[in-house]
Write a protein that binds this ligand. Structure first.
Ligand code: 3PG
Length: 307
């Protein structure tokens, strides 16, 4: 009997866990749940004797992968897989997958919500601004970026996108103006929504130069990863210009200092909540479970992300 560990420090909604269990029951697999663990040692112990692993943002480090004696597959129920040590997985012949697109709508809705929150003075009394008629820049046009663009258009925003991996024709088909230079995107748009993955090429790639080039009232919304931000550069721009705003789904490391220096022009959710909806949990959780069954039963490796 195959044994599957779901290790989620931030658990799936109960309804998603029920669905995951049903998929494994039908396949004749055993589900082991490790939720809300506070000590990584508990994760290391639980992974020792399982064939498959599902995680969210839980860090499947080299240490965890090496402790997993029987592991054949790890699925990140979500989009970003910067929490998986792919080299360690490949070295042990373990297939690593994500579930692209499954939680995108939740993240896209939050990105727009953060834009509204910032443009309405964090819901405090006072005169704000509307999104309608403003320019929205999408920095990376993947599953989430595409949805943010569509919602933005619904709000009457004029949408631009920079993504060197997406043909300009595809953007134009969605009614989005392609930008070939990322600097031009920031220079042009009052709102920029960030959707780049965190990797060696993108870490600290958004900082002073891009942020400080935004037009008056420029608002940067980050529902991607905190690691892609150069926090010192961002703070420098915020201190130089008192019209700039930054909203992030997960606190920057220097949040207390930023708040002290620029107040409500910086906002961060206390814990990452982009994908924290029942719908997203169901979509991503069930997809992860099904991908594991399809891998073992049919050899399906469609969503593999490691070489
Ligand atoms: C993702 O990469 O899918 C999102 O950041 C969601 O992460 P979470 O599963 O930790 O909420």
């Amino acid at each position: 009997m195959k044994r599957v560990l779901v290790a989620t420090e931030k658990p799936f909604a109960a309804i998603a866990v029920e669905g995951i269990k049903k998929i494994f029951d039908t396949a004749g697999y055993e589900l082991i749940l490790l939720e809300k663990y506070t000590d990584v040692a508990a994760f290391r112990k639980a992974v020792e004797n399982v064939d498959a692993l599902i995680v969210r943002s839980d860090k499947a480090t080299k240490d965890i992968i090496e402790a997993a004696g029987n592991l054949k597959i790890v699925v990140r129920a979500g989009a970003g897989y910067d929490n998986l040590d792919l080299t360690a997985c490949t070295a042990k012949n373990i297939v690593a997958m994500n579930t692209p697109g499954q939680n995108s709508n939740a993240v896209a809705e939050l990105a727009i919500g953060l834009m509204i929150y910032m443009s309405r003075n964090c819901m405090a009394p006072g005169t704000g601004n509307e999104l309608k008629g403003k320019k929205l820049g999408i920095h990376a046009y993947g599953n989430v970026g595409k949805l943010v663009a569509a919602i933005g258009k619904g709000f009457g925003m004029d949408v631009y996108a920079y993504d060197p991996f997406i043909p300009a024709g595809l953007l134009a088909k969605d009614g989005v103006t392609p930008e070939t230079d990322v600097k031009e995107l920031y220079r042009r748009c009052q709102y920029v929504s960030l959707h780049i993955p965190a990797n060696d090429a993108t870490k600290k790639s958004v900082g002073y130069e891009l942020f400080s080039s935004m037009p008056k009232g420029g608002t940067l919304v980050n529902t991607a990863r905190k690691e892609v931000i150069d926090e010192e550069g961002l703070l420098k721009a915020l201190m130089e210009r008192n019209d700039l705003k930054y909203a992030s789904d997960i606190a920057p490391d220097n949040l207390p200092r930023m708040k002290e220096l620029v107040g409500a022009r910086v906002f961060a959710t206390p814990k990452k909540i982009g994908a924290e909806t029942s719908e997203a949990n169901i979509n991503a959780g069930l997809a992860a479970a099904q991908q594991i069954v399809d891998f073992f039963e049919k050899g399906d490796r469609r969503f593999q992300v490691n070489p």
